[in-house]
Write a protein that binds this ligand. Sequence first.
Ligand code: HEM
Ligand code: MG
Length: 231
Amino acid sequence: NRHSWIAPTSTDVRSPCPGLNTLANHGYLPRNGRNISVPMIMDAALDGFNVGSDSIIQAAKFGLLSGNAFTTMDLDALQLHNLIEHDASISRGDFASGDNLHFNETLFSTLADANPGVDYYNATSAGQVQQERLAISLATNPNITNTLKEFLLRCRESALYLSVMGDPLTGVAPKKFVQIFFREERMPIAEGWTRPNVTITPDTTSPIEVIVGEASNWTATQQCEDLVIGP
Ligand code: HEM
Ligand code: MG
């Protein structure tokens, strides 16, 4: 049907965001990944994941700055470093590594192996993953950007994967669903996942973000960074 998962073709473009890519792979966003407006993203996120506009409107508006079009963006342009894209991602390399766009299984092993002994991830394990991913970047990337901005984005993104793949009210998500979301950018419907029946808003994600942030034991590397507002 219209929302079946179809892998991107060689001419389709994708982003460093597993959420947007999954929406494109299921046809909630244009499958070619191009010419995407803010309202298209708002509708897709609500239809596909029950993510309300309040949780993503800022990111979507910033996304418009990734290219030259007035009202739309292409998914691959979202790799523009330090606009939204940041170092110490869960599933992508740092900008300085030469590929901050594509899924990287080696780096993803931090999340894949997190919360041993149980079959779910939660806000505490997500914070531990952020701590470990940042430690790896600090040890390997002398050009890392790690300010409050990146910290807040990373906590927001962790709360989002826990919420869309799990229970938005508890922040508990089955490992199997989270891994399929990152590795295949697919909704794990065949494995039993269903769209959250609670709308994901800042009211649901903020408490999760607080626990993620505390569990990550974060400290800044710099106070500020160059302002990126265009390609
Ligand atoms: C990163 C989820 C909406 C742009 C991420 C990450 C997650 C995520 C889990 C972290 C990936 C990683 O660390 O490897 C979602 C979900 C969304 C959503 C579930 C709801 C539909 C958006 C929107 C935009 C956006 C609206 C902007 C148009 C990005 C970008 C990154 C990212 C540029 C890369 C940041 C980085 O890791 O360097 N997203 N996202 N996302 N997201 Fe989204
Ligand atoms: Mg990144």
